[in-house]
Design a protein around this ligand. Structure first.
Ligand SMILES: Cc1cc2nc3c(=O)[nH]c(=O)nc-3n(C[C@H](O)[C@H](O)[C@H](O)COP(=O)(O)O)c2cc1C
Length: 385
């Protein structure tokens, strides 16, 4: 039986266990997505869908090397988002060690290493899914990240890292000071991996045991090879083989790829012997994908709830990301369009939303849409018998 301790860790008899083991099964988490799963998106998904856990977008560990001051902004989260896992990528183990210390200090619940990104800009440096071809380096990266966590537990902080610029250090320390006391303690933050079934062809038989040797807390496996990118279908039989290889190891196994609903998630977890699954694209404009009944059940109660959520999302995006900067608001536009996609008679509104530059403009577009619909409803009523 697991017991929560005041420091946020869990004791399991004599052994200490990490948060992954305490999550309800099957785990149905939000997959990490670059350009999508930022702070406002995760906040909305958690509030309306309540996925079991959230991942950040991936962030390059090289940003530490070049002293990038925006790291703290990109790793923004609030307490509603726990458990939250920060995802990082790169190919230099020492940078992973240093980044792990910083992420522990920022209060994340877990650190995930990206070994699945197929983008040439990542793979050409030997990072992301490129690590499937260099399992020794992949192991060294896991080990270095785990060592960073141990260093944090032993008192190391970002302050000890001369490579961290003063204003980034200041932001990290300020964020740390605002954490609830349980998350300010040095904790054993679990290190996990997200990967694919292979490079040019499936190779779980060789690849998964290499990962297991380093005892990561969890492995999430996307059922496509690097060469497939996002094309074709995810191969869930290969995911099932990976789960079989991990059975009895204590490593939490998650499958990923083409999951469309909570029912689908539960079915796949049961069929393929997994602890859970991650949902990515099906969450676009639809936090209800994590709820029984999905969007249809929510829309039956309130047909406009997704537009209300769109506005809430845009306001939070303005407040935390774009902060009046119209250029930064661009990445919000697609979300607005996704929220509106399934409503009747919405084409004109979508066209307006996709060119907005702020939450205020989005609100004006929505107000116009509702005014038009009200006038239309009034006309219909007055034309009645
Ligand atoms: C726009 C986009 C960005 C992504 N960024 C990341 C990322 O930062 N880290 C990662 O591990 N996977 C990333 N992925 C892969 C997803 O996490 C997931 O593995 C993939 O979309 C398959 O799941 P799905 O079919 O549920 O979307 C990304 C996928 C998409 C579509």
């Amino acid at each position: 039986m697991l017991h929560a301790r005041s420091d946020g860790e869990y004791s399991h008899g004599m052994a200490t266990s990490h948060f992954w083991h305490t999550l309800p099964r099957p785990i149905v988490g939000l997959a990490p997505m670059n350009g999508i799963t930022d702070h406002p998106f995760r906040y909305i998904q958690k509030k309306y869908g309540n996925p079991t856990l959230l991942y950040t977008e991936f962030t390059s560990v090289r940003r530490l090397e070049i002293g990038d001051r925006d790291i703290a902004r990109d790793f923004l989260f609030d307490e509603s988002q726990r458990p939250i896992v920060a995802q990082i990528f790169g190919h230099n183990p020492d940078l992973f060690r240093r980044m792990a210390i910083l992420l522990c200090q920022l209060g994340f619940d877990g650190i995930d290493i990206n070994m699945g990104c197929p983008s040439p800009s990542v793979v050409d440096h030997g990072a992301g899914a490129g690590l499937i071809r260099t399992p020794d380096l992949a192991q060294a990266i896991i080990k270095a990240t785990q060592q960073g966590v141990v260093a944090w537990q032993n008192g190391a902080t970002a302050h000890d890292d001369p490579g961290i610029p003063a204003d980034l250090l200041h932001q990290v320390e300020a964020r740390h000071a605002e954490l609830p006391p349980a998350y300010r303690q040095p904790r054993a933050i679990p290190v996990s991996v997200k990967t694919r079934i292979g490079y040019d062809s499936p190779c779980v038989d060789g690849w998964i045991p290499k990962l297991l040797e380093q005892n990561p807390a969890a492995i999430a496996i996307h059922g496509r090879t690097l060469d497939q990118g996002s094309t074709g279908r995810a191969d869930w039989d290969e995911i099932g083989c990976a789960a079989e290889l991990a059975r009895g190891s204590g490593v939490v196994m998650l499958g990923n790829g083409d999951v469309t609903s909570l029912d689908d998630a539960h079915r796949k977890a049961a069929t393929y012997g997994l602890d859970g699954v991650l949902i990515g694209r099906a969450s676009y404009g639809n936090p209800f994908v994590f709820r029984p009944g999905d969007r249809a059940a929510a829309l039956a109660q309130n047909p406009y709830c997704l537009l209300q959520i769109a506005l809430e999302h845009a306001r939070l995006f303005d407040a935390t990301i774009s902060q009046g900067n119209q250029q930064r608001f661009l990445r919000m536009r697609k979300h607005l369009s996704w929220y509106a996609r399934s409503l009747p008679g919405i084409t004109a509104l979508r066209r307006r939303l996709i060119v907005t530059n702020s939450a205020i403009e989005a609100e004006a577009a929505l107000a116009e849409y509702f005014a038009y619909r009200n006038r239309w409803a009034q006309q219909l009523n007055s034309a009645g018998p």
